[in-house]
Design a protein around this ligand. Structure first.
Ligand code: SAM
Length: 280
């Protein structure tokens, strides 16, 4: 594999930069098992299904390309990156109270200023039921009010730590295929897509208005193969299912052990294995 145009940019990760949102599929607990499979060095780091950003924050590679199709989420990261003090100030006005929650939820995020939109996303994430992000078919956030003792809405230190971790990174709202089109030989892409469901009823795929179905998984496998042909190192987390193993049978398929809390189907809660596909 040849060297990327970009130099390897590693710096000591700030330990206090932990995910600012709770996110279905969050990788915090799997970080040690997955990073053990990472190559020793790489050029530019790409994380095109960013979500809660657990992997990026564990590694904090400089100059990373961090993208997701969820505009509320990306606006939040851009504001954390560029305007963290204004965000911290705006968050102070929120109240943990049911009627207030539903009033904020009813706001159209696209009509808010960027700081207010980021503040709304963070407030809803910290106070909604289970910390889920779920939208209906019209793309409207529809998670009910959550019951907590004393939810942390403003964690100033964490927001500032994540802001400095994002310094120098590219944070953008886009589809994973567009985001990885610029990857070069020697770069590293970690894909953490919505998982192929373990059972027909266990499909939590509503991060966005459109679901991520079998055809999307096939399209992703094509992108993965194309990047492989271009000499880009790729890793992907997904469910340990015959469909996924079959799609990636020509790559290395590692297994990690995960604890699944979010599932409508009790039979798929608890300890499950997941795959990490590697093209090296
Ligand atoms: C499993 S989550 C990522 C979890 C994340 N790695 C973490 O640690 O929290 C999947 C993410 O993929 C995003 N997504 C879904 N379809 C996408 C697409 N076509 N392009 C880019 N991102 C997409 C969703 O918005 C969601 O944030």
């Amino acid at each position: 594999m040849s060297t990327s145009l970009f130099p390897v940019q590693r710096r000591a990760p700030r330990q206090d930069a932990e995910p600012v949102v709770k996110w279905a599929g969050g990788k915090t607990r799997l970080v040690p098992q997955i990073t053990a499979l990472f190559p020793a060095t790489w050029g530019r780091y790409y994380e095109p299904f960013l979500g809660g950003a657990a992997m990026f924050l564990a590694l904090q590679p400089g100059g990373a390309v961090l993208t997701d199709i969820n505009d509320d989420l990306i606006t939040l990261y851009q504001v954390v990156q560029n305007d963290v003090e204004a965000l911290i100030a705006d968050l102070q006005r929120h109240r943990y109270e049911k009627n207030y929650y539903y009033a904020v939820r009813a706001q159209d995020p696209t009509r808010l200023g960027r700081v207010q939109r980021a503040s709304r996303t963070l407030y809803l994430n910290r106070t909604c039921f289970n910390g889920l992000y779920r939208v209906n078919r019209r793309g409207e956030f529809n998670v009910p009010f959550g019951r907590y003792k004393n939810p942390t809405i403003v964690d100033e230190d964490r927001l500032r730590a994540v802001s400095s971790a994002l310094n120098g990174c590219t944070v953008a709202h886009m589809d994973y295929a567009t985001a990885t089109a610029t990857a070069k030989a020697g770069d590293l892409v970690y894909f953490d897509p919505p998982y192929f469901p373990l059972t027909r009823t266990s499909n939590f795929t509503s991060y966005t208005a459109g679901a991520f179905g079998p055809d999307d998984q096939r399209r992703l496998a094509e992108v993965f193969d194309d990047l492989t042909d271009r000499g880009v190192a790729c890793l992907q987390s997904n469910s340990d299912t015959p469909f996924i193993r079959d799609l990636y049978s020509h790559h290395r398929v590692h297994t990690v052990t995960a604890h699944r809390a979010i599932s409508r189907d009790p039979s798929t809660r608890g300890t499950v294995t997941e795959v990490v596909i590697a093209n090296f």
